[in-house]
Design a protein around this ligand. Structure first.
Ligand SMILES: Nc1ncnc2c1ncn2[C@@H]1O[C@H](COP(=O)(O)OP(=O)(O)OP(=O)(O)O)[C@@H](O)[C@H]1O
Ligand SMILES: [Mg+2]
Length: 261
């Protein structure tokens, strides 16, 4: 079976920097898998996610989405492949003055021509899909609320729904809970796990909290200095390994809190 995502020897050196931000990154994942990525600040977690859909241009290496290469192909092909990769951001990236429904419909823009997109001429089918997903995720009561009026946790759930509107096969979440209180963080992590289990979407989530990462993943990737230090099941992530990933003794790592500081 073709993996949903294959990353082969990926490297990114930002202009003006001598040290790669990510280096020698190779892994693959299958449908419905949930990988949480941990590592200290500057480890390269965000760069890795952004290189996967070429929001950041990799310096070398290959990324294949459902067997099709997204690296080294023209912009039109990148746009088509990007539809299969949903993104969720720390700061939600919603348009606050627009309603929840309007924000969610933005998830369809990648499928529309510029004219229909600009006028908001979405198909009936798309609207029905939006209503269904909002219902399934308990957000229908907020349909006509402006995004700016929602709590952080609600905003992030809308962010996930918007990504689902793309009908992605991969979901990339960069610190989706970093701005949330613990209760909202739990709801959002459960939602992401649900997306992976029920919809069979391969999810990669960058997190700062090791305990959260372990609770909600099938598999952990630990990064340090741009490289993968650990790639394996949650059960294999020993204290020793966590110390190697963060480059600090366990006594200095606050499990249950943010370990990046
Ligand atoms: N746009 C950029 N231009 C130049 N260097 C960058 C850029 N973005 C990131 N870097 C550098 O690349 C390295 C990896 O950064 P990245 O943001 O990927 O790490 P991270 O693991 O996501 O960190 P954090 O946990 O703080 O979000 C760092 O040294 C960072 O300074
Ligand atoms: Mg980051």
């Amino acid at each position: 079976m073709t993996p949903i995502l294959e990353v082969c020897d990926l490297k990114k050196i930002y202009r003006g920097s001598s040290k790669p931000a990510v280096n020698r990154i190779s892994f693959s994942m299958s449908a419905g898998e949930m990988i949480n990525v941990i590592g200290p600040s500057g480890a390269g977690k965000s760069t890795l996610l952004r290189c996967i859909n070429r929001l950041t241009e990799p310096s070398s290496g290959r990324v294949l989405i459902e067997g099709e290469e997204i690296t080294g192909v023209p912009a039109a092909k990148v746009r088509a492949l990007r539809r299969r990769v949903g993104m969720v951001f720390q700061h939600y990236n919603l348009v606050n003055r627009l309603t929840v429904m309007q924000n969610v419909m933005h998830g369809r823009l990648g499928y529309m021509n510029a004219f229909n997109g600009a006028l908001g001429l979405y198909s009936e089918e798309d609207k029905q899909r939006a209503l269904e997903i909002l219902e399934q995720t308990g957000l229908s009561e907020f349909l006509y609320h402006r995004a700016g009026e929602l709590s952080g946790g609600q905003k992030q759930r809308v962010g996930v729904v918007r990504a689902l509107m793309q009908q992605p096969s991969i979901l990339l979440c960069d610190e989706p809970i970093a701005s949330l209180d613990p209760a909202s963080a739990q709801v959002v992590m459960e939602m992401i796990r649900d997306v992976s289990v029920r919809r069979g979407i391969a999810c990669i989530t960058n997190l700062h909290q090791v305990d959260v990462a372990m609770r909600y993943a099938d598999r952990i990737i630990g990064m340090n200095g741009g490289e993968i230090i650990y790639d394996g099941p949650v059960a294999g992530l020993t204290e020793r390994m966590i110390e190697r990933i963060y480059g600090k003794p366990m006594s200095q790592l606050m499990i249950g809190g943010d370990v990046s500081a």
